[in-house]
Design a protein around this ligand. Structure first.
Ligand code: ADP
Ligand code: MG
Length: 346
């Protein structure tokens, strides 16, 4: 099922939770909504589900305008972080619940519900646990049962709101791979909400980066990471360094000298230079480079992160070097970014 979110606005007593959000989701796609807390991810997911209604704009399921349809009519399945299972029902009854409560006309026979629930239990790799109650399962197992329950109604669209948010890091990583496998096998159109960039970049076909009720950028993990199109995305995804600079005569200037970066297409005047700490070349001499004094170093996984004071007061950037680089505080280092982008100063 293809989904089209068309110029959606959502206000809560005057507060703009979503501001002119448009998004096309392809059939069978796994898409991640990624953004900091409060950016509007859950609100957008709830509007897609039909748990709430937009203030303006429309949501299409395929060719149909679903904006005013109920959750049941939209036939969506969802899993939330704290979408508790029914405590008094065993695993199999939990999975079959959505089918059991259907009106008689569309309800499958009991034996069919049983068969389908067992099949889903197998899909989520919990065969043998059908008689267990939720309090006899681990957190990860519970979320897998919740996913089986969501899939049982054969939803047109699967909506997941931080489903692994409450689990510890290793379990999250396992479930992430597992979810991707299930998705590839079942092919549901899936919208996955997370504030965890690693989760989004690893799991999704496309990532939708959100901030303050707006979509900042939509793209593959490579697009988002390699070509961030705003200071927000640069800062939110991965590590970035920022430096106030100036564009003049088609060159980037730091204080009173050029730094060896050409910027013929950028407007002249103050600008902000963004680059990734690891995406730099260290230079021996400095004929057009950024030079600074090491003010701090710290070990980050396989690399060493170096903080440099460069140029004017308060101008600090981080660069990354191999972990075995001997850099004492006070050392002078010259470098030039390999990949970088200029944004207007604000
Ligand atoms: P996220 O899921 O990205 O953390 P939400 O969609 O939950 O963000 O919330 C976006 C913004 O809308 C937040 O500022 C939140 O406080 C506000 N908001 C969400 N739901 C309501 C509501 N029912 N009433 C008032 N404000 C709300
Ligand atoms: Mg949320």
């Amino acid at each position: 099922m293809e989904l089209r979110v068309n110029s959606i606005d959502k206000t809560f007593s005057g507060f703009h939770a979503l501001d002119n959000v448009s998004l096309d989701i392809r059939s069978g796609e796994l898409i991640a909504l990624l953004g900091p807390s409060g950016s509007g991810k859950t609100t957008l997911l709830r509007l897609i589900a039909g748990l709430d209604f937009p203030t303006g704009g429309a949501i299409h399921f395929g060719d149909e305008d679903a904006s005013r349809k109920s959750v049941q009519e939209r036939n969506v399945g969802f899993v939330f972080q704290h979408y508790a299972l029914f405590r008094h029902m065993n695993v199999l009854d939990n999975i079959g619940f959505g089918l059991k409560v259907r009106p008689a006309a569309t309800r499958p026979p009991k034996s069919e519900i049983h068969r389908r629930a067992l099949e889903l239990l197998d899909l989520v790799q919990l065969s043998g646990l059908e008689k267990r109650f939720p309090n006899q399962l681990s957190g990860g197992q519970r979320q897998r049962v919740a996913l089986a329950r969501a899939l049982a109604i054969e939803p047109k669209v699967l909506l997941l709101d931080e489903p692994f948010g409450a689990l510890d890091a290793q379990v999250r990583r396992d479930l992430r791979r597992w979810l991707r496998e299930i998705h590839d096998r079942t092919g549901h159109t899936t919208v996955f909400v997370t504030h965890d960039q690693e989760e989004a970049l690893e799991l999704a076909d496309r990532v939708v980066v959100m901030s303050r009720g707006r979509i900042e950028q939509v793209g593959s993990a490579d697009d988002i990471y390699d070509t961030p199109n705003s200071p927000f995305v640069y800062g939110f995804i991965g590590e970035s360094s920022r430096l106030p600079v100036r564009v003049e005569d088609g060159q980037v200037w730091l204080e009173d000298r050029t730094i060896g970066l050409e910027a013929h297409n950028a407007p002249a005047g103050p600008a902000e230079l963004y680059f990734r700490p690891h995406d730099i070349d260290v230079l021996e001499g400095c004929g057009g480079c950024i030079a600074g004094t090491v003010t701090a170093t710290r070990r980050v996984e396989a690399r060493r992160r170096i903080e440099l004071a460069v140029g004017g007061p308060g101008h600090r950037v981080e660069i990354e070097l191999p972990a075995d680089s001997p850099v004492a505080e006070g050392t002078r280092i010259a470098f030039r970014p390999r990949a970088w982008k200029l944004f207007p100063a604000h």
